[in-house]
Design a protein around this ligand. Sequence first.
Ligand code: SR1
Ligand code: MG
Length: 416
Amino acid sequence: MIGFYKEETMSRFSKYFLMKEGDICDYVRDQLPDYFAGNSNITVKEIGDGNLNYVFRAVEEGTDKSIIVKQAGEQLRISAEMRITTDRNRIESEILLIQDKYAPGLVPKIFKYDTVMCACLMEDLSDHRLMRYALMEHQTFPKFAEDVTTYMVNTLLNTTDVVMEHKEKKELVKSFINPELCEITEDLIYTEPYNDAKGRNIVTPENLEFVKKELYGDKALHLEIAKLKFEFMNNAQALLHGDLHTGSIFVKPDSTIIFDPEFAFYGPMGYDIGNVIANLFFAWDNGDAAGNTSFCEWTLRTAEEVIDLFKSKFIAEYGKKVTDIMAKTEGFAEYYLDTIIADTAAGAGTELVRRTVGMAQVKDVTTIADKNKRIRAERINILCAKDLVMNRTQFKTGKDFTASFSKAIAAADKTL
Ligand code: SR1
Ligand code: MG
């Protein structure tokens, strides 16, 4: 059942307010009258874990039938001073519908989205786990590289000018203009980690001198980050997820579901791919601090597979899907893919830095209890990030990425 209309009836949900658990049962009945039986008891729990939104799980007693309601608040959970448009809920729902077409089975089903309450009602994936938490328990997911590369190749390549009719693509660029969420990325990823311009960085005190030297004081790095910032803002290459970290992915051994694309917009595809790589490196940080060698090997092997599978699937799909005459020119696909992998190195580097010193960090690293191990992990992330950014055009294969990470481990150890 899918409905995409503005609710016309006068109900208590005809005007926006921030819902609480007690509102959700009525809300689901109001929006999807036939979803639950009329007389059933529904239990509701707020299960949101991100920085921005409220997520409720409603379960029908007896049948265990369930649904998720995700509502955008006017204030962000991470900081009440930060306010961003609740239209992000529309963006998220609309992109999930598009992605369901290109990558069926790899995104959640949307039953309805409601532009009044800025909420969407979607498939409950409680039989899956949030990938970040599963990785923090050092679980491995053999299908992950295969699934995430299928998702990325299909959602990204199909929304480019290479494949899509150019006027249709420009219509999508228009409807996914996402200025307020992009501004968060422009600030938190492409500005503040290099200067603490708004005083919001969170730096482990023992690493402050290291951060001042390696990030705040490195002018050559600033120049490259400035180039990347304007590339991010101006290269409308493909319709990105925009926030593809392991907290945006649900997993179980035989399934991968990518959700939460509210930062979606038209940008360089390497931004998405690089986010996946960096978050596998954060999982390595956590596994290494716990001394779990086999898990660490899996994270690096998976990072290599993500790059190499992306490349091979991309070239294969490109050959089948390309429509633009000039994009069929011999050598162009390889040139284009080369630029994507350079952007991927940059995307991995900027994610590694911002999650290590910026205001929105990752639990894989922040929960490392042993101070010395955390300091070391942060230095590895920063040194690897700098190599990825500064030498981004040299990165060609999965092994190049993990070799950079290994080099950073050795370099960080020399600083301790
Ligand atoms: C203010 S929002 C902070 C971060 O949370 C989101 O998940 C994005 O990663 C954003 O950068
Ligand atoms: Mg999110």
